[in-house]
Design a binder for this molecule. Structure first.
Ligand SMILES: NC(=O)c1ccc[n+]([C@@H]2O[C@H](COP(=O)([O-])OP(=O)(O)OC[C@H]3O[C@@H](n4cnc5c(N)ncnc54)[C@H](O)[C@@H]3O)[C@@H](O)[C@H]2O)c1
Ligand SMILES: [Zn+2]
Ligand SMILES: [Zn+2]
Length: 375
């Protein structure tokens, strides 16, 4: 392997060759960074449910694609115009960024920055690629491609972090956990004494539980068909658990209402991507004031009942839970560092990059929350 900063590096990366093809480790060539870019040597990465969607053509259908959008690494080299980081800095690659200058960033109502949008083409901002595999141009997963030993990213899509950060924490907060956390913190804006129902207790849902607890919610109802998620939910602050497979034939929303004084909850957060649960999530909230945030993703359509939404409820969709990476991620990182967020509870499996093909299988294990990829 070459490590000269001006040369192409040949290293290992996890590649998906097409829809339904799964993922395999290949030798990939990673170009040196151009003027506004950095090349990052990955320390570790992790698996988010959205990576599974990436093998199904969701996000974009450009292949071969180097997967992975959660991870943390060290800047190996940088282009001459890069000012925000130095070689050796520890960074988290981002799929959504924050310029601080566009109308969206100034008004602050959403995290969908106009200047640095999500790279849905899987290419760099100049519409080219820095990765080659078996002679083919390869695509990134959005602006990332974290499941490889080295990746090139535009310097505007990275967050410099404290080098003392636990690498696994850094990786876990780079997508799933922060998405759920932000859904409760930035989108629902859960307040002291409120009630929240969280549908799905994967990494995203557990992030939502964690933020609800930190914001002072007193009733935090977790819902999951996997009984093993009861214990995980409790570790992050869940007060009640519903396993829909175990309970009566009453609608889920009715079960939530019975646990929250019949009126329903103030907020619900949909973190499964199961279409039928969206209406239930909304129906679980109080008439007139209830707010539902949807972060679970899917390719299917959803059906909503007119009555549910006409009774004054609000539905809000969100990418990355409304988190502005530069402004908000350091807060979450700090709470993980001080153990106010028990983020270590997420780590259930560790594998080497070369064993990546096992990752999706592990995700189906009932006790699996987060798979950490070691480089
Ligand atoms: N909006 C965003 O920016 C964003 C970011 C990250 C992930 N996501 C999406 O969020 C969702 C969750 O991601 P994750 O990584 O936590 O996934 P995950 O697979 O780890 O967790 C999903 C959880 O939902 C539970 N579940 C599945 N079907 C259910 C049902 N019918 N009723 C109750 N519980 C059910 C599962 O048992 C599991 O615990 C995915 O759809 C993912 O693509 C969205
Ligand atoms: Zn902006
Ligand atoms: Zn993700």
């Amino acid at each position: 392997m070459s490590n000269s900063s001006s040369q192409v590096i040949t290293c290992k990366g996890a590649v998906c060759w097409g829809i339904g093809e799964g993922v395999k480790v290949e030798d990939i060539q990673v170009d040196p960074p151009k003027a506004t870019e950095v090349r990052v040597k990955m320390l570790c990465a992790s698996v988010c449910h959205t990576d599974i969607f990436a093998t199904q053509g969701y996000i974009h259908a450009n292949y071969p694609q180097v997967l992975g959008h959660e991870g943390i690494g060290v800047v190996e080299s940088k282009g001459e115009e890069v000012k925000n980081v130095e070689v050796g800095d520890v960074v988290i690659p981002l799929y959504i960024s924050e310029c601080g200058e566009c109308e969206v960033c100034i008004k602050g109502k959403t995290n969908l920055c106009m200047k640095y949008p999500i790279r849905l083409s899987g290419l760099m901002p100049d519409d080219t690629s820095r990765i080659t595999v078996r002679g083919h141009k390869a695509y990134h997963l959005m602006s990332c491609a974290t499941w490889c030993e080295y990746m090139v990213v535009d310097a505007n899509y990275i967050l410099k972090v404290d080098p003392a950060i636990d690498a696994a924490h850094g990786s876990f907060i780079s997508c799933g956990f922060s998405t759920g956390f932000g859904a409760a913190w930035k989108e629902a804006m859960v307040e002291q004494g409120s009630s929240v129902a969280i549908f799905g207790l994967g990494t995203v849902g557990l992030g939502a539980v964690s933020a609800a607890k930190l914001m002072g919610a007193t009733k935090i109802i977790g819902i999951d068909i996997n009984e093993k998620k009861r214990e995980k939910g409790e570790a992050f602050g869940m007060t009640d658990f519903i396993n829909p497979d175990k309970l009566s034939d009453k609608p889920l929303s009715q079960q939530v209402k019975e646990l929250s004084g019949e009126m329903g909850v103030d907020y619900s957060i949909e973190c499964t991507g199961v279409p039928s649960l969206l209406n239930e999530a909304m129906e679980s909230t109080k008439v007139g004031v209830g707010k539902t945030v949807v972060v679970g993703a899917g390719a299917e359509s959803v059906q909503l009942s007119y009555a549910t939404i006409l009774y004054g409820r609000t539905l809000k969709g969100s990418v990355f839970g409304g988190i502005k990476p530069i402004s908000d991620l350091p807060f979450i990182a700090h709470k993980c560092h001080t153990k106010e967020i028990p983020v270590d509870e997420l780590l259930t499996h560790e594998i080497l990059l070369e064993d990546i093909s096992k990752a999706f299988e592990l995700m189906r294990y009932p006790d699996c929350v987060k798979v950490l990829l070691k480089m």
